[in-house]
Design a protein around this ligand. Structure first.
Ligand code: 13P
Length: 249
């Protein structure tokens, strides 16, 4: 059966000392939980985070990567570089990457291929903007994002893919999708997968919700049948809040 996952996306926050301090706080909070726990520090702190969490039940993951193996790509990081320090999972397609760094579905398809070729797991993000929802276009937008970046993949690739529905209007705004809105979209996503790959694949893929998940709303959102966890921004920067969310399962 699919896994419950809670992943903290730290975005561009925390220098080395702050990363180490937050990691010790997280280790103090760690207990047996019903969810897989992941954190995504910045590139410069991935190695020390991997070292610090080698024995812990927290996986260190990356916020991004380039599609090429190596070469003249100033400022970029490749899948094999991530793998060489012990990072096995990468977030791709975050709305901040799409909006601020011009990442398109076509580019994301290349990144997806590169991650899979390197046997990495992917947390693939997508989600509509406010205007899409207001114009009742949110299902089309989400379907297009999934189809364009992922539907060229064979069924066997899906064991390494985790989906994260993050409506752009709910990210960092304090305004979360209601549990019903999240469930409605997650169900639609699972049906979209079912139509393309069949029910077994559709039921095996974890679909996370992201967008202003906090300790006070996580339990209700996670109680929905098609919501398998969360991708957490702001609340992942505090160990007590983050573990309150993890323990909402
Ligand atoms: P917030 O939890 O801060 O809304 O961020 C969500 C997010 O973008 C996680 O990737």
């Amino acid at each position: 059966m699919r896994k419950n996952i809670v992943a903290g996306n730290w975005k561009m926050n925390n220098d080395l000392a702050q990363t180490q301090a937050l990691i010790s706080d997280l280790v103090e909070q760690t207990q047996t939980s019903n969810a897989e726990v992941m954190i995504a520090p910045t590139f410069t702190n991935l190695y020390s985070a991997c070292e610090a969490l080698r024995e812990a039940n927290i996986e260190v993951i990356s916020q991004n990567m380039h599609f090429a193996k190596n070469g003249a790509y100033t400022g970029e990081i490749s899948a094999c570089m991530l793998k060489s320090i012990g990072v096995e999972t990468v977030i791709l397609g975050h709305s901040e990457r799409r909006a601020q760094f011009g990442e398109t579905d076509a580019l994301l398809a290349e990144k997806v291929n590169a991650a899979l070729e390197n046997n990495m797991r992917i947390i693939f993000c997508f989600g509509e903007e406010l205007n899409d929802r207001k114009t009742d276009n949110h299902f089309n937008v989400v379907k297009g994002q999934i189809k364009n970046a992922l539907f060229h993949l064979p069924e066997s690739a899906w064991k390494n893919i985790i989906l994260a529905y993050e409506p752009v209007w709910a990210i960092g705004t304090g305004e979360t999708a209601s549990p019903e809105q999240a469930q409605e979209m997650h169900k639609f996503i699972r049906e979209t997968l079912d139509n393309k790959y069949g029910v077994d694949t559709a039921n095996s893929v974890s679909i996370l919700y992201g967008g202003s998940v906090k300790p006070n709303n996580a339990k209700e959102i996670f109680s929905k049948p098609d919501v398998d966890g969360g991708l957490i921004g702001g609340a992942a920067l505090n160990a007590i809040d983050f573990y309150a969310i993890v323990n909402a399962f």
